[in-house]
Design a protein around this ligand. Structure first.
Ligand code: SF4
Length: 249
C-alpha cells in the first residue's frame, strides 16, 4: 500500500549520500539521542545529505543548502556495506539515521537497514514526514521520529505537510510526531494537525526550537508549563544543551 504513494523525490542509487565532515570523513558519530522518546540513550548517528524542504531554522543547512554551502565539500557517498563496517566499530547497538531527509535515499538505505536489523540493532529514522516509506523500511525501523513542519519553518504550503503520508504512521506502534515549537501559537497549529489525523495523543511530542542553550531555555519554560498542564509529552534538545550544537556531537 505504501509503495503506491512512492514519492518522485526518491533517489535510486546503490550509494548513500552522507554529510561530510571537514576532516573528509562521513558524519557518523556516537552521541546521546538528544530528542524524543529515546532522549539520553547512547546512539550511533548516521547523518545523510540532501533534503526536500528548506526550513528557515534548520540547523543542518550544510546537508542541503547549496547556495551557501559547496556540495563537494559537504557530501560524500558510501555503499551500505561500508557504512555498516563503520557502525560495527562502535560498541553500541542503537543507530539513528538522520539528515537532511533520509527517506530521499530509502532505496539505497534498504540494504544497510536490513543488515542492522538482522544484527539486532535498534534503528531510529528521523524524517520530515513528506515522503512515504517503502513497506520493508516501514516495518524494519524500530522507531520513527516524524517531524511535520508547521508554518514557522517557512516552507511553501504545498511542500509543508502530506497528510496521507503522516496518517500511515498511525499503524506503527513506535511512530511519534515531534513538533518544533517557535512561538506559543504554534502549539494550536500542531494540535489541529494531529487531531485532523486522529494521531494518538500519547505519541505527540512538543519540542522548543533553538540551536543554542540560552535560546532553547528561553522557549523551554512556557512550553514545559503548557505540556505539564495539558498532559502532553515535552522534549528538550539535549545535544544543544550538552554540546551547544557542535557538529558531530
Ligand atoms: S526537514 Fe529537517 S533537514 Fe530538512 S530543512 Fe527542515 S529541519 Fe532541515
Amino acid at each position: 500500500m505504501l509503495e503506491k504513494t512512492k514519492s518522485k523525490h526518491l533517489i535510486d542509487s546503490g550509494l548513500v549520500k552522507l554529510s561530510k565532515m571537514s576532516s573528509g570523513q562521513p558524519e557518523i558519530f556516537i552521541s546521546v539521542q538528544g530528542e524524543g522518546v529515546f532522549a539520553g540513550t547512547p546512539c550511533i548517528f548516521i547523518r545523510l545529505a540532501l533534503c526536500n524542504l528548506s526550513c528557515s531554522w534548520c540547523d543542518t543547512k550544510y546537508t542541503w543548502d547549496w547556495k551557501n554551502y559547496q556540495y563537494a565539500n559537504h557530501v560524500t557517498a558510501l555503499h551500505g556495506d561500508d557504512i555498516y563496517s563503520i557502525v560495527k566499530k562502535y560498541n553500541h547497538k542503537h543507530v539513528v539515521i538522520t539528515g537532511g531527509e533520509p527517506l530521499l535515499q530509502q532505496h539505497a538505505l534498504q540494504p544497510l537497514i536490513t543488515s542492522l536489523s538482522q544484527n539486532d540493532y535498534t534503528v531510529e529514522i528521523e524524517t520530515n514526514g513528506t515522503i512515504a516509506p517503502i513497506t520493508p523500511i516501514f516495518k524494519l525501523v524500530n522507531q520513527w521520529n516524524i517531524s511535520p513542519k508547521l508554518k514557522n519553518a517557512g516552507n511553501s504550503q504545498n511542500k509543508q505537510t502530506a497528510l496521507e503520508i503522516l496518517a500511515t504512521y498511525k499503524s506503527h506502534p513506535n511512530a511519534y510526531l515531534k513538533f518544533v515549537i517557535v512561538e506559543q501559537d504554534d502549539i494550536s497549529e500542531a494540535i489541529r494537525l494531529a487531531n485532523s489525523l486522529s494521531f494518538p495523543t500519547d505519541r505527540l511530542i512538543f519540542m522548543p526550537e533553538g540551536a543554542s542553550g540560552p535560546k532553547l531555555i528561553n522557549k523551554s519554560e512556557w512550553l514545559r508549563d503548557y505540556c505539564i498542564k495539558s498532559g502532553l509529552r515535552y522534549s528538550s534538545r539535549l545535544h544543544v544543551l550538552l554540546w551547544q550544537g557542535v557538529r558531530g556531537k
